[in-house]
Design a protein around this ligand. Structure first.
Ligand code: SAH
Ligand code: SF4
Length: 378
């Protein structure tokens, strides 16, 4: 029987060093392999041209491979967003979303505002939204991914592969294009914490995307918020608040029974922020459920309970993205703006996230591997 291929993508420099040492290869070969796989984003062993051919052949004989991830399908939105269906060796697949010109999620972020007007700032930007699990177990009532249930965790390599595949598809030179990453695709990153954080390290050290350009969103897995705060390399933190009181939040996000709003606030208050870094609360607006001015007032109270830290909290408002089998309603724009105004009038920065790729089921909460849609596929 043919031995199963071992994936190189996902191994860190120590693991690569160990692997090559077993074959008596010098240390610098591991560094070359790391550079080839992550920085150059090679897609086959033959492309690792810094390795002599016999060594490449040896990798093949040992059944090593660079990336088992394949772009299975692409869906193009009228707004330029592309939803990728990316498949893995075991037949599972996830979605990764490419949003040219960003996703507005970073609007008003302190790290942007304080940034010098450098050449880097003027580079054309794009945001990639990446999945951390196949499906999700958290079961939020407004989210289509929840309907998949949890199929399995993604490995660190599978998380990185989504990004390298999408970057390669657009021939992105990271020196010329500013890429933001949001861990807001399928899954709860903090329920797959070790693989998620390993992927972050590989993306920073290997692929070359700055951690300040990455945001991870959690539904509120409180112990992992504390863990993230201790990481040397980590993305910025976004927390899906989505309700203004515990009764409503428990209805929408069942894990609120375990970690309620007070526990979330405590963890967020203790989170060690870097210079110019903010904490984002995401708030999905559901018509008639959580979008009244009363709700806005409760949100203001939650932010004010941060005390001195309140000035470092911002809100991203997301009008609910509809999907089959879910019985919520998207509020009118006027209601969304009234909610935003109430928050802003209290001195709290609040931004409305522009929906991206709704027509191809690529917007927040719509990732459920839907393939039967009318709009253009590319
Ligand atoms: N699991 C993580 C990250 C993925 S979801 C989390 O829940 O935070 C990314 C964002 O999309 C979250 O803020 C989530 O609340 C929001 N979301 C989920 N379903 C949505 C929908 N149908 N419309 C709008 N936003 C939604
Ligand atoms: Fe999972 Fe996030 Fe969807 Fe909730 S909103 S079910 S945590 S992906």
């Amino acid at each position: 029987m043919r031995a199963a291929a071992q994936e190189i993508l996902g191994l860190d420099i120590q693991e690569l060093t160990g692997l090559l040492k077993e074959w008596g290869e010098p240390r610098y070969r591991a560094k070359q392999l790391f550079e080839a796989v992550y920085k150059q984003r090679v897609t086959s062993l033959d492309e690792i041209t810094v390795f002599p051919k016999p060594l490449r052949d040896q990798l093949k004989e040992k059944h090593l491979q660079v990336s088992g991830a394949r772009v299975e399908k692409k869906f193009l939105s009228s707004d330029g967003t592309i939803r990728y269906l990316i498949g893995f060796a075991d037949g599972q697949s996830v979605e990764t979303v490419w949003m040219p010109e960003g996703d507005d999620g970073e609007a008003g972020d302190g790290s942007e505002a304080g940034e010098e007007e450098t050449a880097a700032r003027r580079r054309p930007r794009a945001t990639i939204c990446v999945s951390s699990q196949v499906g999700c177990a958290v079961n939020c009532k407004f989210c289509m991914t929840a309907l998949l249930g949890l199929k399995r965790n993604l490995s660190a390599g599978e998380i990185v592969a989504q990004i390298t595949s999408v970057l390669n598809d657009h021939n992105v030179d990271l020196k010329e294009r500013r890429i933001n990453l949001v861990f807001m695709g399928q899954g709860e990153p903090f329920n797959n914490y070790d693989n998620f954080i390993k992927a972050v390290r590989l993306l920073v050290k290997g692929v070359g995307i700055a951690e300040s350009r990455m945001t991870a969103s959690t539904s509120g897995i409180v112990p992992k918020i504390y863990d993230l705060g201790k990481e040397e390399i980590r993305p910025k933190l976004a927390i899906s608040l989505n309700a203004s009181n515990d009764e409503e939040r428990t209805k929408l996000i069942p894990i609120n029974k375990k970690w309620d709003i007070a526990a979330l606030v405590e963890a967020a208050k203790a989170f060690p922020l870097r210079k110019r870094e903010n904490i984002t609360f995401e708030y999905v607006l559901l018509e008639g459920e959580n979008d009244s001015i009363e709700n806005a007032k409760e949100v203001i109270d939650i932010v004010n309970s941060f005390g001195e830290r309140a000035s470092r909290v911002k809100l991203n408002l997301i009008a609910w993205n509809a999907g089959p089998e879910i019985a919520f309603h998207t509020p009118e724009d006027s209601r969304v703006h009234a909610f935003q105004k109430a928050i802003r009038d209290a001195g709290i920065p609040a931004f409305i996230r522009r929906p991206r790729g709704r027509d191809i089921y690529a917007a927040c909460g719509q990732l459920k591997r839907i393939v039967t849609i009318e709009p253009a596929t590319v």
